[in-house]
Design a protein around this ligand. Structure first.
Ligand SMILES: Cc1cc2nc3c(=O)[nH]c(=O)nc-3n(C[C@H](O)[C@H](O)[C@H](O)COP(=O)(O)OP(=O)(O)OC[C@H]3O[C@@H](n4cnc5c(N)ncnc54)[C@H](O)[C@@H]3O)c2cc1C
Length: 415
């Protein structure tokens, strides 16, 4: 059996493409196999925080990302009456050596894909190959793919890294009895719409609370027309007993979302107007999975969402996938491409990301909203200082940053 490359990457998403770039930089051969027949710029907004931008900067992508993203200046928290609870600077404005980017997932994906094609060649990503299973065969790992006509294709490499996202085929192979995804009790609707800059023009807003309607809003593209409008991303999150379908093509309806936010017309942003003006809405349940006991099975391993899907309450899904990619490439450099490197990768990244998965459930940054909502019983406040001190709010965010690996002092010193 002859091998195609050192590392076979399953899935050309954010994790798979970042890993391909990291491996190329390390002089390790790889190929990426992707199920979609064509790679399209899908999704809506994503935040890439300084720890992940640090990795992308080392890969030489910082300027390309800055050209298409919004460089986030601050993070702000409001209650559902539109009253300001807390704000703090973000990225470079907060003293980090790297910015925070608020970006369309399609733009992030496109920057990565272009870099892969330029550096590894146009045939580095093979599309229309859906992975069905993989197995260890002596000194090699063999993977079966099926194309859209149903034809099988077997590919062999030294190791296989499954970056095939939240529906990972290899995760199912390793854990056939894993239950259905764990629904958080909150459904999400996402949209993006042209809108005039609001607040600083680069503010990430979190507002409300799940039980009365919560919103995450931030611009993801600057100057999208001659009037200087931005593309503004919004995510409505509402407590619902039943989850929606779990894929990125589920279409939502304005009438499912608008009633909850109908009176959200604040002096800093007309949230209801934003929703009313959105033509395409995606619906997606807020789900994750319990952390796994292991990812690595000899020459096969999991990475990114395949390994640790998390509820999107801390802007860390893409970031942790990028950190995984960087870390595993470093292990291959140090230990060679084989099982030892995969074990070393798992030893560090499984614990680190499990902590983020659990923290996202219990105490992500939006816990600030919960604290204020519960202490005020959802009513307006006179002075926020009478409800909660600034230090208590800063502690919530800082504890999250430490667990997720982007506390200011850790990151600026460590890199
Ligand atoms: C179409 C799409 C849109 C998204 N939109 C958003 C968004 O708007 N906001 C947000 O926060 N997150 C979004 N996400 C999720 C986000 O990209 C991830 O949470 C995060 O970036 C981690 O990346 P990942 O590479 O691990 O997974 P993903 O980015 O999900 O990438 C997984 C890749 O593997 C491919 N794949 C899946 N199964 C197989 C298989 N059996 N064989 C081969 N390839 C396979 C998928 O087609 C995909 O390209 C989206 C994901 C997808 C796939």
């Amino acid at each position: 059996m002859s091998k195609a490359c050192d590392v076979l990457i399953v899935g050309a998403g954010i994790a798979g493409l970042t890993l391909a770039l990291e491996l190329h930089a390390a002089g390790i051969t790889c190929q990426v196999y992707e199920a979609a027949p064509e790679l399209k710029p899908l999704g809506v907004g994503i935040n890439v925080l300084p720890h992940a931008v640090c990795v992308l900067d080392r890969l030489g992508l910082r300027d390309r990302l800055a050209a298409v993203a919004v460089t986030t200046k601050e993070s702000a928290y409001f209650n559902h009456h539109g009253q300001l609870i807390y704000r703090e600077p973000a990225g470079v404005a907060a003293g980090y050596a790297w910015p925070q980017f608020s970006i369309h997932r399609g733009d992030l994906h496109e920057v990565l894909l272009q870099a892969v094609r330029e550096r590894l060649g146009t045939d580095a990503v093979v599309t229309d190959r859906r992975c069905t299973d993989a197995r260890n065969e002596g000194d090699l790992a063999s993977t079966r793919f099926v194309d859209s006509a149903g034809a099988p294709h077997d590919v062999t490499a030294s190791v296989v890294v499954a970056c095939d996202g939240i529906h990972s085929a290899l995760r199912k192979q390793f854990y056939p009895d894993e239950g259905a995804p764990r629904y958080s009790g909150n459904n999400m609707w996402r949209g993006a719409v042209k809108w005039a800059p609001f607040l600083s023009g680069a503010t990430m807003v979190r507002a409300g609370w799940f039980t009365v309607g919560k919103m995450v809003i931030y611009p993801i593209r600057d100057a999208v027309d001659a009037d200087g409008n931005q593309l503004v991303n919004w995510v409505a999150e509402i407590a619902r007993p039943q989850p929606a379908r779990r894929d990125w093509t589920g279409r939502g309806r304005v009438e499912d979302v608008l009633p909850t936010f109908a009176d959200w017309r604040f002096d800093w942003l007309d949230v209801a107007g934003l929703i009313e003006s959105t033509t395409e809405i995606l619906e997606y349940p807020m789900v994750d999975q319990d952390p796994l006991p292991r990812w690595t099975f000899d020459r096969l391993t999991l990475l990114g969402d395949a390994a640790h899907p998390m509820v999107p309450r801390g802007s860390n899904g893409a970031g942790q996938a990028i950190l995984d990619a960087s870390f595993i490439a470093e292990q291959f450099k140090q230990r060679g491409v084989g099982p030892e490197a995969l074990v070393a990768y798992e030893q560090v990244r499984l614990k680190a990301t499990s902590d983020v998965v659990l923290m996202n459930r219990k105490a992500p940054p939006d816990k600030i909203l919960q604290v204020v909502h519960e202490r005020t019983n959802g009513a307006r406040f006179e002075r926020i200082e009478d409800v909660v001190g600034k230090d208590e709010l800063a502690d919530i965010v800082n504890q999250y940053k430490a667990v997720a690996g982007y506390a200011l002092d850790q990151l600026n010193v460590a890199r």
